[in-house]
Design a protein around this ligand. Structure first.
Ligand code: NOJ
Length: 730
């Protein structure tokens, strides 16, 4: 029999095949229609709120309705971390009491850690480091089983160009190449089988969810097919190629058709073009959101199920529509049995790839040995420090000099959870570290005066002035608390709230050196802070050890090396704002009337893509580009000499960009093609070489791939706006 299981996925999972493909087919043949439909259903692990409990054979009290559905084979997976005991109890029912023995998957959103939280994905992206992303995936893999989950709805690889969209926090930012590398590394980490039960990754939200008009969550997405294929699709391709076992279609419409019932997207693109072999799981009630009063894709629920099944939606999260309608639709001949079998097969193959028939249970002894929260906290701290981006550093404000007295002010400093970031529901690491604890640990003399809230009320000018008076330097927290970004957290205004600006002005008037630490899940428009603070450290929502990480960077124990992966606008009016935009016939870099700019303010980003400082400085020289090799081995080789011109050792992120000068469609101003991080001692020079396969430089034009040709420009440099322009030809 032909091997149908995704070879790449199995390789990634390293799964010993517990059952064969032939056995899967046999199982499908033996299943009743009801049991097949059961596999396509995902419902909540907690069951009906306040519903009765029933004891399983070993005396574990489970939600009675869920236990019964599992027993009858009416669910293929559950959503919501149910804990180790319940997970194993549900699984025992599935494996011992159900008529057909099919293991369960239990999923939830463990997106930047579980008990321990690393920084939010947008921050993780700023590390520009595949190992960091993979490590974060492994952390998720190890901690998810502790909460009774063997599936995480991670990574989100949605590109986003508009930080009004709160879910920008959950993704890698605005570059498809970097986003794909990050997504793939996280998939590998999550599916590394590092934990007490293998965990499946889920790349989401398929597709273009981050392109929501005006940054309003769940909103319409309209874009050309070439933008879709060149910008929004590549990270999914990378995730599929890394072996992601599941994909979650998005809530939004894409050019008029909701992704949940979009056959072009779920079949032509996902299965045929990307060769995805795992299964699709709808987003929460994604199928029912296509009903009359919502997207309006069919008059009845039955009609929606027909559409969703035909499109290629394998499992229905929480809507209950497959459960309600599908059996009858098959009996009426409206949905072919072959479609049901196809989806069941996809699901069973993923369960098999996870090794679930062989090892269905969470190994509690292994789990206990693996959940080393102190070690996880140390790891999260190191990761968080790597994600910090130094946006400004004047008058030698940072690092803090040994022995200085610090006035720490601002909200959120004493509470790790409130700054940890979206999806922080499962935090349970007693080794978490606040900023005061971090400073104390580093031996810094400081006082802490909150002085103002994130949003509400007025700044306590008296307390702030008094605190500053006693100190040599003020370290002030600004931004948004961790829960103010994420799903459903689109906002109109991304400037600092009035109360924070008031505090900023009070602090500025004290004339003490002012170091701003930004906590936020999205880029903010902060021109006032950029002007008035002496230093700005972007710490994002740094996770549970964030306080320690921020202290490490402030004190210079860690030299910041993060680089932005989204632009910081000067004003909300610039949005959407992205570095890899197309050119215009009236280039905005020409300062003349009737060019593509604004009359009342700049069009450039305040802080561009790729930007970030450190405590060392670097000089670039001898930038070169050449084309080498033949045929499909042809590559563009960019090189330069980078010298650490500073006084301390540091890491520079050397970035390679290209621009195709002439295309069938206009091509972007710059596109990131690769990067290399290079560690340099003071005075040291290294030659950095970045090789880019010529095949990587082509682009999609609808469904045709056009190889790069003709005159090209390239830059090997420190960010998306600087560097010597190099010319070459393909
Ligand atoms: C809705 C979100 O859009 C999705 O990202 C998440 O995975 C599901 N809810 C499940 O929590």
């Amino acid at each position: 029999m032909k091997k149908m299981v995704c070879a790449a996925a199995l390789a990634t999972c390293g799964a010993a095949m517990a059952i064969t493909d032939a056995e899967i087919e046999k199982l499908i043949g033996e299943m009743t229609l009801e049991e097949k439909v059961g596999q396509l259903v995902q419902l909540g692990s907690a069951g009906k709120e306040g519903g009765p409990l029933s004891q399983d054979a070993t005396g574990v009290a489970l939600p009675a309705d869920v236990a019964e559905m599992v027993r009858k084979g009416e669910v293929g997976s559950l959503i919501g971390a149910c804990g180790v005991t319940n997970f194993n109890a549900f699984q025992r029912i599935a494996m011992n009491e159900a008529r057909v023995k099919i293991p369960l998957m239990v999923g939830h959103d463990m997106i930047h850690g579980v008990m321990t939280q690393a920084p939010i994905p947008l921050a993780l992206a700023c590390a520009w480091d595949e190992k960091t992303w993979q490590d974060c995936g492994r952390l998720i893999a190890v901690e998810s089983p502790a909460k009774g989950c063997n599936w995480t709805f991670t990574p989100m690889v949605d590109m986003c160009r508009d930080p009004r969209w709160g879910r920008i926090a959950e993704g890698p930012g605005q570059d498809p190449y970097l986003g794909g590398k990050m997504g793939a590394a996280m998939v590998k980490g999550i599916q590394s089988k590092a934990g007490a039960l293998p965990v499946a990754a889920c790349i989401k939200h398929f597709a273009a969810y981050g392109g929501a008009e005006a940054g309003r969550d769940y909103n319409t997405v309209e874009m050309s097919e070439s933008t879709f294929r060149n910008v929004y699709l590549p990270p999914f391709k990378a995730g599929v190629e890394a072996g992601a076992l599941t994909v979650m279609p998005a809530f939004n419409t894409l050019n008029g058709v909701p992704c949940s019932v979009n056959k072009w997207l779920l079949t032509d693109i996902l299965r045929d073009h990307l060769a995805f072999k795992g299964f699709t799981i709808s987003d929460w009630c994604g199928v029912s959101e296509c009903e009359l009063d919502h997207h309006g894709m069919a008059e009845t629920h039955a009609g929606l199920v027909e559409l969703a099944m035909d499109a290629g939606m394998d499992q229905d999260m929480m809507a209950g529509l497959y459960r309600k309608e599908l059996v009858q639709l098959v009996k009426d001949g409206k949905v072919p049995m072959a479609q049901v079998d196809r989806s069941v097969r996809n699901i069973l193959q993923v369960k098999n790839a996870l090794g679930l028939w062989e090892n269905p249970y969470i190994d509690e002894a292994k789990l206990k040995a693996q959940i080393d929260l102190a070690a996880h906290a140390r790891q999260a701290r190191a990761i968080a420090a790597k994600c910090c981006v130094l946006l400004k550093n004047e008058k030698d404000a940072l690092p803090l000099k040994p022995g200085v007295k610090v006035a720490l002010v601002g909200p959120g400093a004493e509470d790790c959870v409130s700054i940890s970031g979206t999806w922080s529901a499962y935090i349970e690491n007693k080794f978490e570290m606040t900023l005061p604890e971090g400073l104390r640990g580093a031996g810094v003399t400081f006082t802490y005066t909150p002085g103002y809230d994130w949003q509400k009320g007025r700044a306590d000018a008296k307390a702030l002035k008094a605190a500053a008076k006693e100190a040599d330097v003020v370290v002030a927290l600004f931004g948004q608390k961790g829960t103010d970004s994420g799903e459903g957290w689109s906002v109109l205004d991304i400037t600092l709230p009035k109360v924070q600006l008031e505090a900023l002005n009070v602090l500025k008037r004290t004339k003490k050196p002012l170091v701003a630490v930004l906590i936020n899940g999205r880029p903010l428009a902060i021109p006032e802070l950029a002007e008035k603070a002496d230093a700005i450290l972007e710490a994002w929502c740094p996770g549970t050890s964030g306080g320690g990480a921020i202290a490490d960077v402030l004190t210079g124990k860690v030299n910041p090396e993060g680089r932005l992966t989204t632009e910081f606008p000067v004003s909300v009016g610039q949005l959407p704002l992205y570095y890899n935009r197309l050119r215009t016939g009236r280039p905005s870099d020409v300062s003349a009337p009737y060019c593509s700019c604004y009359r009342d303010g700049p069009h450039q980003a305040l802080y561009p893509f790729g930007y970030g400082l450190g405590y060392a400085t670097f000089a670039y020289a001898n930038e070169l580009v050449k084309v080498e090799g033949e045929g499909n081995q042809r590559k563009v080789v960019l090189s330069c000499d980078v010298t650490n011109t500073g006084k301390v050792a540091g890491v520079e992120t050397v970035q390679a960009y290209t621009r195709q000068m002439v295309g069938v469609e206009s091509r972007p101003i710059r596109e990131l093609r690769g990067w290399q991080k290079v560690a340099l001692a003071p005075g040291e020079t290294k030659c950095v070489t970045i090789e880019v396969p010529v095949a990587q430089l082509g682009y999609w034009l609808k469904d045709r791939f056009v190889p790069a040709a003709g005159p090209m420009r390239a830059w090997i440099t420190r960010d998306s706006v600087s560097g010597k322009t190099l010319e070459f030809r393909l």
